[in-house]
Design a binder for this molecule. Structure first.
Ligand code: ATR
Length: 278
């Protein structure tokens, strides 16, 4: 794409950012929709984060994504933060205009949109959901499930105190269970989500007996490397519908792209293939 004097600029700030798939993802959309724009990696050290953010706004950037380890610092740096950011204590998308920084968090949106696209038959209100994990990703998942009116969310984490903190912070129908209870927690569930890093390449798998999980339940993983985690393979083999984690990454990028570049982008099979081919 040829750049011009009017090129709209955005990027991703983090440390490191070399592994980020966001430039490839946004680059695909920019080309696909023939937009005069650029989305670049912005590695920034901790001491320069806030100054860097302000400088980008001064230089006319439309905004940025913020990734590890700056999502909490981004919340503090913004002039205005939407509910999604306050609720999760973290901001992953910033929109710049008139020198002001407006932040929000699109991870919960990405999670639920991925489920809706991958399993349109899933009915949130019908049955309990089981969420494994209590880190930042699990918070986004639980918040999104509360908003989707899931009647009961059973939250299980190796370190129970972190799950208790999530339940306390995100007021909703969340029931915390002990780690050894995770197999029994699956009975009558309509959805199971792995929101831990277990199952990721070079990590141990999530050990979970699925015997009590109804066959009609949907199973999803936030891990997308590998695309089919041991959990998803196990669930698919017994007949459960599975939704992999790549879509969460792709869908969470949509609100930022639309705000910066003025086009609501689509998540398509071709985009999935393009991002995976990296
Ligand atoms: P993120 O913010 O990306 O979700 P995180 O805060 O490091 O990352 O959370 C990682 C999650 O994976 C946590 O739920 C963690 O459990 P603990 O809170 O007990 O640490 C979970 N996790 C990581 N390795 C694990 C393991 N070997 N067994 C069980 N849970 C594990």
């Amino acid at each position: 794409m040829t750049l011009s004097g009017r090129t709209k600029l955005a990027g991703v700030m983090g440390w490191p950012v070399a592994h980020s798939r966001s430039p490839r993802l946004h680059g695909y959309w920019l080309q696909h929709y023939e937009i005069d724009g650029a989305y670049v990696p912005l590695p920034v050290r901790a001491e320069a984060f806030e100054h860097g953010l302000r400088s980008l706004a001064d230089l006319g950037f439309r905004g940025v994504n913020v990734t590890v380890p700056y999502k909490e610092a981004a919340l503090a740096a913004c002039d205005q933060v939407e509910d999604s950011g306050h609720r999760l204590g973290a901001v992953n998308t910033i929109v710049m205009g008139d020198g002001r920084l407006r932040g929000f968090n699109s991870d919960g949106f990405g999670f639920i949109e991925n489920l809706r696209q991958g399993a349109p038959q899933w009915q949130a209100q019908k049955a309990p959901a089981v969420v494994i994990g209590a880190g930042g990703a699990a918070r986004a998942v639980v918040a999104a499930l509360i908003d989707a009116a899931v009647p009961e969310i059973r939250l299980v984490n190796r370190t129970r105190a972190r799950a208790d903190a999530v339940a306390k912070d995100l007021a909703g129908p969340v029931q915390v269970l002990d780690w050894p209870e995770r197999g029994r927690a699956l009975s009558e569930a309509g959805l199971l989500v792995n929101a831990t890093s277990l199952g990721m390449t070079e990590q141990p798998p999530l050990e979970l007996h699925l015997a009590d999980l109804p066959r009609a339940a949907l199973v999803s993983d936030i891990v997308y490397a590998p695309l089919e985690t041991p959990l998803l393979a196990q669930a698919r083999a017994r007949g459960n519908v599975v939704v992999d984690g790549l879509g969460m990454l792709l869908h969470q990028a949509r609100p930022g792209f639309e705000a910066w570049f003025g086009v609501a982008p689509e998540v398509t099979p071709e985009l999935r293939r393009f991002v995976l081919a990296d």
